[in-house]
Design a protein around this ligand. Structure first.
Ligand code: GGG
Length: 352
């Protein structure tokens, strides 16, 4: 029997409700093939308020000793979002070279979200987001602060290594899924980094001759994803564009509350991290109404990554069954179920 050591960081807001929900499902599924030994860390905005840091100085060294990280959400009123993000999430992604952020989106039976009924056909796509460089950068600064000519500048970082590895990952994934790759850029307006990205996509396409691919400007792509989302399979984009596209597609498929993500270090040299796409949602935190599915599905992706695809599929099946029943849908999906009821529905629907 394999034992995996999981670092658990519920974080802030609804992360403190959805992570226990995912742990309940993981508890129900662990058994003969594997067990999970979890260690919980209180790294969060609450810790930041207490100590001035989201995590301890040796936090990354502590995480290094784990097989995977399960994270809820970061962000709380009173703590600037860039402080919480750069104090916890981004250092983890970068220290562990989690350069792939995989964000699958599916339209589940019975969940139509804002889609017109005639568009509610199979949506089954994956956003592959570059996760450690691009527009997420601290390079820049402010000039003439507090004056009328105050100026803010921010630089993006696109390296040949960074773009090539994410594009290659996306081509390989598209090759296994079979319906082609779309690359999202904005090369008509952003004249250095985006044409560089397009150039590398075109170069790498030659190494993946069987994968159909196309390039789309991000603005036009957003419109197409709203109007005809079923026409897309794998979409690759920069750190910022991938983040925006995954919220957009998750909302089109019903709710961001369902959407999972995997921050992967594909070489498995370091732990990967699994977290829902949604944030801490302080407006509903503490009320027991958050949708746990995004975190539960992220936990399933974690099991897949740890070498338990069968267990991951059992969770997927249970998630689909729970979403098909209006009685066990949370408010974001038009239902009335609490976090606890939605979680119980998944546990009860786990196939034997
Ligand atoms: N689920 C983790 C979380 O709190 N995400 C909120 C967020 O704003 N993330 C930004 C990002 O993924 O770059």
């Amino acid at each position: 029997m394999t034992t995996h050591h999981i670092a658990v960081i519920p974080g802030d807001g609804i992360g403190r409700e959805t992570v226990p929900a995912a742990l309940e499902v993981l508890d129900a599924i662990a058994g003969d093939a594997f067990t999970l030994r979890t260690t919980e860390f209180d790294w969060s905005c609450a810790r930041y308020r207490r100590t001035g840091a989201m995590m301890p100085d040796d936090g990354l060294d502590v995480l290094r000793g784990h097989d995977a990280i399960l994270l809820g959400a970061v962000g709380a009123p009173g703590v600037p979002d860039h402080v919480s993000l750069w104090g916890l999430l981004i250092p983890i992604r970068r220290a562990f070279q989690q350069y792939v952020n995989l964000r699958p989106v599916r339209l589940f039976e019975g969940v139509t979200g804002p889609l017109r009924p005639d568009l509610a056909e199979a949506i089954d796509l994956v956003v592959v987001r570059e996760n450690v460089e691009g527009e997420y950068s601290r390079i820049g600064g402010r000039l003439y602060e507090g004056t009328e000519i105050e100026t803010a500048m921010q630089e993006s970082v696109f390296t040949r290594t960074g773009v090539t590895r994410i594009v290659d990952y996306a081509f390989r994934l598209a090759g296994t899924r079979g319906r082609g790759l779309t690359s999202a850029t904005k090369s008509n307006g952003i004249v250095h980094t985006m044409p560089f990205w397009d150039q590398i996509v075109a170069e790498r396409a030659a190494a993946h001759p069987d994968v159909p691919w196309r390039q789309e400007h991000i603005d036009a792509l957003c419109a197409k994803l709203v109007l005809a989302p079923s026409g897309f399979d794998v979409i690759v984009g920069s750190n910022l564009f991938g983040d925006i596209l995954s919220d957009l597609t998750a909302a089109v498929a019903g709710s961001i509350g369902i959407a999972p993500s995997a921050n992967l270090n594909p070489e498995r040299e370091f732990p990967s991290m699994f977290e829902p796409v949604h944030g801490s949602a302080p407006d509903i935190a503490g009320r027991g109404v958050a949708n746990p599915i995004g975190t539960i599905w992220s936990a399933a992706m974690m099991l897949e990554h740890l070498g338990h695809p069968e267990a991951a599929r059992r969770i997927d099946t249970a998630v689909a069954a729970s979403l098909a029943d209006p009685a066990t849908r949370t408010r974001d999906l038009g239902g009335h179920a609490t976090t606890a009821e939605a979680t119980r529905a998944v546990v009860d629907a786990l196939p034997a």
